[in-house]
Design a protein around this ligand. Sequence first.
Ligand SMILES: NC(=O)c1ccc[n+]([C@@H]2O[C@H](COP(=O)([O-])OP(=O)(O)OC[C@H]3O[C@@H](n4cnc5c(N)ncnc54)[C@H](O)[C@@H]3O)[C@@H](O)[C@H]2O)c1
Length: 328
Amino acid sequence: MKLLVTGGLGFIGSNFILQILKNYSEFFIVNIDAGFFGSNHENLSSINKSKNYKFVNGNISDSNLMENLISSCDAVVNFAAESFVDRSISNVKPFLESNVNGVFTILEKVKKYGKRLIQISTDEVFGSLTSGSANENSRFNPSSPYAATKASAELLVNSYIMTFNCDCIITRCTNNYGPRQFPEKLIPKTIILADSNKRIPVYGTGKNVRDWLYVDDHCDAIIKVLLNGKSGESYNISAQNEIDNLTLINKILSIMNKSSDLIEFVEDRPGHDFRYSMDSSKIKKELNWSQKSEFESWLEKTVDWYLTNKEWWKNLEDATLDSTPWKN
Ligand SMILES: NC(=O)c1ccc[n+]([C@@H]2O[C@H](COP(=O)([O-])OP(=O)(O)OC[C@H]3O[C@@H](n4cnc5c(N)ncnc54)[C@H](O)[C@@H]3O)[C@@H](O)[C@H]2O)c1
């Protein structure tokens, strides 16, 4: 299968490409990435010379480029997105460009050439839940501009399924953790700051709850959806591993033998959702997916990866220093 992966220089896309090339010799991957915020060429330096891999530097909103790439592939997995909620508060426009206009460009081409599209979405489209878990039919209620653009993309994808009978599937995942995540995100930021005994900023009370899934489990679910998912459907992918930010940060500090005195409470982010939660029984039942990675031990392995791969983040360390990036 010749697979077009978009946004493969980012966190999840790069782990996805590495997982596919490791486990499936029959795949040829073309990775298109614009090198925007969140990307890192180092993520895939180990496979640059692989005969089953090609990198294209480009933007998913470039209609001519996407025409060439999509006409000559078998399927598309769209990871490309502006993904930082904080940055969507300070500047919404790039989020509209990549997360909505980029998806529109892809949809036009998959419609024209009859190709399968897997659109990677997020639990954030359902907004904050005080109790219970969202299933595939729950109502959208996005709070941040990031979540609103991801929900918009989903609505657009759905319209191409309903109106043009396009072969599209949506996956929504909870928070991912693992290697190669850009240092501005909570887990790598905590590890990198703690490593040099710097203050670790925590928004508000730190009681906001997220459900953490190891990135390889997410990638495994996407492969199952790509190969066996039902056209026109959506699948929620979650870990049932809800934990508040403060507890998570304290766990990381304890793994690193660092004091919780490093924690510094800072002004809360506007519109900060309190809790996300999704029910993933559909993908478990229909596609036989289950998570393999037990949280405590894979969090330890994740900490270990950042500490043994300091050259990966040493030029990105500045991204950890801003305690309230949404104010920029
Ligand atoms: N990280 C999470 O916990 C999480 C959870 C659920 C869903 N998601 C979704 O998964 C996808 C990947 O997330 P991530 O954490 O790997 O993000 P990331 O920020 O690490 O990577 C995104 C990549 O997309 C590229 N990109 C952005 N706009 C582009 C454009 N217009 N053209 C080409 N490339 C472009 C960037 O250069 C970057 O390499 C996103 O769609 C995100 O919404 C992420």
